[in-house]
Each structure stands twice: as structure tokens, then as C-alpha cells.
Ligand binder design. Structure first.
Ligand code: HPA
Length: 271
């Protein structure tokens, strides 16, 4: 990855009309309905953006969408890149650097995750307060990282406190039950064993998923304030573990998404 490559990606998007977005939004698995809230959308397929990771067949629908939500200019990633698809840490975070160079000043991230904390129920939303990286690598572990920012990035408060406070107040006002907790990222794509769910709980995780953390590390590298939420799609009870049902996970994500959309739309208004 070089600055020149990023500049070419950005130049392509600016030519398409991506004019100084203020907020970047990453949509997780099963979370695509927010796209309908984008006014005057302009789309750029990942496959057409210079130096974007080449999408797999499975991933043909991935695109960046520019437009306005609640009167603010946004750029939305419909679909993200995952390690489990064979991409590396630089690939999966390239879009975050691109959105930053386009001018975003805030980043909203969403994902579908399993509830490790059994006080949390599927269909609920969890505000991520902190994370544990169990993906065995870092998106900052590359030779020329210092051309892009510090190497030893502070992670003492990776999720923006001000936006967290605001989103909690919005949830209260709108009557949306919002859990709070620690997200742990794993590589996947296999789900966890019972022993692994027990371990993750002991480690201090409230939710588990296969994304988000590398994006958040890079956003911190760029000093980009982040708010991140998990849509809890399954309950990871090691003593009563049901076989994974991907269709159900996607269905639950879709059913819970309107709450996430409401939170994001209101937050966009307030910042
Ligand atoms: N584990 C990992 N990733 C997930 C899960 C899970 O239980 N549910 C949704 N994404």
C-alpha cells in the first residue's frame, strides 16, 4: 500500500461525485437496509475502484455508496472485506484509509455478532466500549507504516466517548434497549466450539465476531473518532449450544437493523 495508490482510489471516487463526505459508515453482514435511507445515492462497485481489494465471486455486491442521510454527506460501505475470505489486514482496512482520505471526520461501524454475555439476547444491539483482538495480527504491522502515522498507536480509548454518550442518550429517548460491552474479534469463518465460547467469556468478551477490530485499529491510527455497534444474532451458551444457522443469523440481523438505523440516523443529526 502506498499513498499514491490511495490518492488514485480517491481521485476515482471524487470524479464519480463523492464530494467531501463527513461520515463513513461500514455495514456488517445482513445489515443492508440503511442503504435505503441514503438520499441522492452515487454508487461505486469495489471492483471498479483502483487498488481496492479484488472482490470474490461471493462478494460481487460490495460497493461504496455516497449520498446524504439526515442532511449530512455520508459514504457507506455496503459489505466489507474479511480475513476469512483470504484477504490480509492491509486489504480489509484499505477502504477505511480511502474514506479517510476522502475527508470523513467520523466513522460508524456495525457488525453481526454472537452474544457471549448471556444477559444479552439475540436481536439486541450492543454498543462496543472496548475490544480484544484475537485475529493474530495487526493492520499496522507493515514496513512503511510510519508514512501513514504513528507505529505505536494509543488504544486506551479506541471508541469515541462523546459519540458513545450521545448514542446512549438516543437509545434511551427512543426506547431502544442498548447493551454495552467488549467485542472480541476472531478470524473465522468457522464458528466457535463450546470450549472456545467458555474461553472468550473468561477473557472478558461480551460479544464475538469476525470483523471490526482491524478497521477500528486503523481508524485510531488515523485519529478518526469511531462509534461501533454489534447486532447480536445468536446466543453463545456453551452449556446449550445450538448448531449454527446462517440463514437465522442473517434474518435476526435484518429484524434488528431498523433499531440500528434509528440510532445511526439520530446520531448523524447530532454530530
Ligand atoms: N461467532 C463469531 N462470529 C459471529 C457469531 C458467533 O457466534 N455470530 C455472528 N457472528
Amino acid at each position: 500500500m502506498t499513498q499514491t495508490q490511495l490518492e488514485e482510489s480517491v481521485e476515482y471516487l471524487i470524479k464519480k461525485g463523492f464530494d467531501k463526505p463527513e461520515i463513513g459508515i461500514v455495514l456488517g453482514t445482513g445489515l443492508g437496509q440503511l442503504v435505503d435511507a441514503i438520499e441522492n445515492p452515487i454508487e461505486a462497485h469495489y471492483n471498479h475502484i483502483p487498488y481496492f481489494p479484488l472482490a470474490t465471486v461471493e462478494f460481487h455486491s460490495g460497493k461504496l455508496i455516497y449520498g446524504t442521510i439526515s442532511g449530512k454527506k455520508v459514504v457507506v460501505m455496503q459489505g466489507r472485506f474479511h480475513l476469512y475470505e483470504g484477504y490480509d489486514f492491509l486489504d480489509i482496512t484499505y477502504p477505511i484509509r480511502t474514506m479517510h482520505m476522502l475527508g470523513i471526520q467520523k466513522l460508524f461501524v456495525s457488525n453481526a455478532a454472537g452474544a457471549i454475555n448471556l444477559n444479552f439476547k439475540k436481536g439486541e444491539i450492543m454498543l462496543i466500549e472496548d475490544h480484544i483482538n484475537l485475529q493474530g495480527g495487526s493492520p499496522l504491522a507493515f514496513k512503511n507504516v510510519s508514512e501513514f502515522g504513528d507505529r505505536f498507536v494509543d488504544m486506551s480509548e479506541p471508541y469515541d466517548l462523546d459519540m458513545r454518550t450521545k448514542i446512549e442518550a438516543i437509545a434511551n429517548k427512543e426506547g431502544i434497549s442498548l447493551q454495552k460491552g467488549v467485542y472480541v474479534s476472531v478470524v473465522g469463518p468457522q464458528l466457535e466450539t463450546k470450549a472456545e465460547y467458555r474461553m472468550l467469556k473468561i477473557l472478558g468478551a461480551d460479544a464475538v465476531g469476525m470483523s471490526t477490530v482491524p478497521e477500528v485499529i486503523v481508524a485510531n491510527h488515523l485519529r478518526l473518532p469511531i462509534v461501533a455497534v454489534s447486532v447480536l444474532t445468536d446466543e453463545c451458551d456453551p452449556d446449550n449450544l445450538q448448531p449454527i444457522n446462517i440463514e437465522e443469523i442473517i434474518r435476526i440481523a435484518g429484524e434488528a437493523e431498523p433499531k440500528m438505523i434509528q440510532l445511526f440516523k439520530e446520531l448523524i443529526k447530532e454530530i
